[in-house]
Design a protein around this ligand. Structure first.
Ligand SMILES: Nc1nc2c(ncn2[C@@H]2O[C@H](COP(=O)(O)OP(=O)(O)OP(=O)(O)O)[C@@H](O)[C@H]2O)c(=O)[nH]1
Ligand SMILES: [Mg+2]
Length: 136
């Protein structure tokens, strides 16, 4: 069952859902969100604050929040947790050197009380690159 189906079942009367994309800088968050929104991918650049995309899918208005992942911006992630229905943690599977940092940041995020009971998803990107982490 897809994330949206689970959320729709859980919040049957809701017509509006808020998704939050987080993860380290350069992970591919903006690329994924722009692809979902059908936007041009040639203009992707590091996110210095946040971008919001609103789109309709199967009768639901999806508000997708894409926040910057640079180290200086990570302390601000907590400002986006409230009223979020689903959190998507994006991992660059070719960035093996920063996997430890990625794990530490994810652990810290999962301690957040504001995220208790929230649905979380993971997305591994840059899977087209050689030397990436292999998922079995
Ligand atoms: N080869 C390859 N490159 C990708 C893929 N996804 C994203 N990129 C590239 O990776 C770089 C970073 O992508 P972004 O989408 O800006 O990453 P981000 O997570 O939004 O980064 P911040 O905004 O800094 O947090 C860009 O140059 C993208 O073109 C992918 O699946 N494969
Ligand atoms: Mg970005």
């Amino acid at each position: 069952m897809g994330l949206l189906s689970i959320l729709k079942k859980d919040k049957a009367k809701r017509r509006e859902l808020r998704f939050l994309f987080v993860g380290l800088d350069n992970a591919g968050k903006t690329t994924i969100v722009k692809r979902i929104a059908g936007e041009d991918l040639s203009t992707v650049s590091p996110t210095l604050g946040f971008n919001i995309h609103s789109l309709h899918y199967k009768g639901v208005r999806l508000n997708i929040w894409d926040v910057g992942g640079q180290a200086t911006l990570r302390p601000y992630w907590q400002n986006y947790y409230e009223r979020t229905d689903a959190l998507l943690w994006v991992v660059d599977s070719a960035d093996i050197e920063r996997l430890r940092i990625c794990k530490a940041e994810l652990h810290q995020l999962l301690q957040e009380e504001k995220l208790a009971g929230l649905l979380a998803g993971f997305d591994w990107v840059l899977s087209d690159i050689q030397g990436r982490i292999q998922l079995t």
